[in-house]
Design a protein around this ligand. Structure first.
Ligand code: URA
Length: 422
C-alpha cells in the first residue's frame, strides 16, 4: 500500500477501504506522510465526499491514533461541542454552569478554524491559563472542582490535531466527513459517555443550510451510536455573529459578563437549549423547560461565575483579570464603523465579520501563525435594531494598523441597512 495510490483512488471518486484509511492516518500522524500529500488527499475527500462507512472508519482511525481516555471513575460525564461559529463563546459560559449544577465537565476544545473561533484560543487569552494539561491533571481537576477545559493535549486524537490545522490552511473546512470525523474522534478519545452537539447553519457556519446541518447531525449521531455514546444534536442558526463580540479577549470578557448575569438574549437562548439537554442526559432533570429555569437560577446565584474563577485558578490562570476585566490588555488601534444612514439593520453576515476579525489578527492565515488575543470586533447593534445616521454599529480592534482599512471594508460589506419608509 502507498499514499500515491490512496490519493489517486479518492481523486477518482472511488471508495477507500478500512486498511487504506488506517494506513493514511497512522503514517500521517507519525510524520511518514508529509503535509503536501495529506493536503492532496484531504482536498480529494473534500471534493468527492465519503460514504458513511468511510467516514466511520476515518473517525475510528483518528480516535485511535492516540490514547483513549477512560473517565468511567468520574460518573456520567457529558461533553459538548459546536460545529463552529462566529462569536461563539457558549462553552465558556455553559460548561461552568453545568459544573456548578453538579455535572462533571471534562472537555477538550479546538482552536480557531477558518473564519470561526476556537475555545482553546479564547481560554489562552486569560493570562497564565494552561490548556495543555497532562491527562492526570485533567482528570484530577474534574475530580477536585468538577470541571476541566483543555485542548488536544498529549496524545489525544493527534491525527485530528494535525488534520485540523492542515484543513484550516487549505480551505477544506466545510465538509461533512471531515467535520464529523474531526469532532467525533475527539469526543471518543476524550472519554465522555454522553455527547451534546451544537450543529450550526447559516452564513457564519460551515453548513450553509438547515438541511446540510441536519445531514451533518445525522452522520455524527450514527457515529455516536456505533461508539456507544448517546449523542444529542441541537441545530442552531448562525447568520449573524453570536452575542456582541468576536475575537479572543473580547469574547472572554463577554462570557465573564454573561456568567455575572449580564447575558445577551441570543447567547442565552443557545445556553438554555444546550444546557437543558445536557442536564437531561446527565440525569439531572427530565423536563426541558424546568431545566432551563434551573440554569437561569444557577446564573443568578453567581455559582457558575465562581466555578469559572475556580477553573481559571486551577489551570494556572490569573483570575484577577476575570474579576476586573479592565485589566485585560486591549488592542493598540481601534476604529469605529458608523452608519451612513438611518434605518433598520437587516443583515450582519457572520462569515465576513469572522474573516475581518481574522484579518485584524484574531485568527490564523497559516498553520504556524500566532494570534493576537486583543484583536477582534465589538458590535454595538444587532439585526432587527433601528439605527440613526452617524451612530456606531461596530468597533474594530487590532495591533496591526495596516489591517484596519481592509477589515473596515469587509465589515461594511457585511452589514445591510434597510431604509425606513416615511
Ligand atoms: N470543530 C471541530 O472540532 N472540527 C471541525 O472540523 C469543525 C468544528
Amino acid at each position: 500500500m502507498n499514499i500515491l495510490d490512496i490519493i489517486a483512488k479518492k481523486r477518482d471518486k472511488k471508495e477507500l477501504n478500512k486498511e487504506e484509511i488506517e494506513y493514511f492516518i497512522t503514517n500521517y500522524t507519525n510524520g511518514e506522510i508529509p503535509d503536501y500529500q495529506a493536503a492532496a488527499l484531504v482536498m480529494a475527500i473534500y471534493l468527492n465526499g465519503m460514504t458513511m462507512e468511510e467516514t466511520t472508519n476515518l473517525t475510528l482511525a483518528m480516535a485511535h491514533s492516540g490514547d483513549i481516555l477512560d473517565l468511567s471513575d468520574l460518573g456520567t460525564v457529558v461533553d459538548k461541542h459546536s460545529t463552529g461559529g462566529v462569536g461563539d463563546k457558549i462553552t465558556l459560559i455553559l460548561m461552568p454552569i453545568m459544573a456548578a449544577m453538579g455535572v462533571p465537565v471534562a472537555k477538550m476544545s479546538g482552536r480557531g478554524l477558518g473564519f470561526t473561533g476556537g475555545t482553546a484560543d479564547k481560554l489562552e487569552a486569560i493570562p497564565g491559563y494552561r490548556t495543555n494539561l497532562s491527562i492526570e491533571e485533567f482528570k484530577n481537576n474534574v475530580k477536585e472542582i468538577g470541571i476541566s477545559l483543555i485542548t488536544q493535549t498529549g496524545n489525544l486524537a493527534p491525527a485530528d490535531k494535525k488534520l485540523y490545522a492542515l484543513r484550516d490552511t487549505i480551505s477544506c473546512t466545510s465538509s461533512i466527513p471531515l467535520i464529523s470525523s474531526s469532532i467525533m474522534s475527539k469526543k471518543i478519545a476524550a472519554g465522555a459517555n454522553k455527547i451534546v452537539l451544537d450543529v450550526t447553519y447559516g452564513d457564519g457556519a460551515f453548513m450553509k443550510t438547515k438541511q446540510k446541518a441536519e445531514e451533518l447531525a445525522s452522520v455524527m449521531k450514527q457515529i455516536g451510536k456505533l461508539a456507544e455514546k448517546e449523542t444529542v444534536c441541537i441545530i442552531t442558526p448562525m447568520e449573524e455573529p453570536l452575542g456582541y463580540s468576536i475575537g479572543n479577549t473580547l469574547e472572554v470578557i463577554e462570557a465573564i459578563e454573561a456568567l455575572k448575569g449580564n447575558i445577551k438574549e441570543d447567547v442565552k437562548q443557545v445556553v438554555l437549549e444546550l444546557g437543558s439537554q445536557i442536564l437531561k442526559l446527565a440525569g439531572k432533570g427530565e423536563n426541558i423547560e424546568e431545566n432551563k429555569q434551573k440554569i437561569q437560577d444557577c446564573i443568578n446565584s453567581q455559582l457558575a461565575y465562581e466555578k469559572f474563577l475556580a477553573l481559571v485558578e486551577k489551570q494556572g490562570g490569573n483570575s484577577s483579570y476575570c474579576k476586573d476585566t479592565s485589566k485585560f490588555q486591549m488592542a493598540q488601534y481601534t476604529m469605529d464603523i458608523v452608519s451612513s444612514k438611518e434605518g433598520c439593520i437587516q443583515q450582519m453576515k457572520a462569515s465576513l465579520m469572522g474573516k475581518a476579525s481574522c484579518l485584524l489578527g484574531a485568527g490564523r492565515m497559516k498553520k504556524e501563525d500566532n494570534i493576537d488575543m486583543a484583536a477582534g470586533i465589538i458590535l454595538h447593534h444587532k439585526v432587527g435594531e433601528y439605527i440613526q445616521k452617524g451612530e456606531k454599529i461596530a468597533t474594530l480592534y487590532t495591533n496591526k494598523e495596516d489591517t484596519l482599512k481592509a477589515s473596515l471594508k469587509m465589515v461594511e460589506d457585511a452589514i445591510l441597512i434597510a431604509d425606513i419608509k416615511k
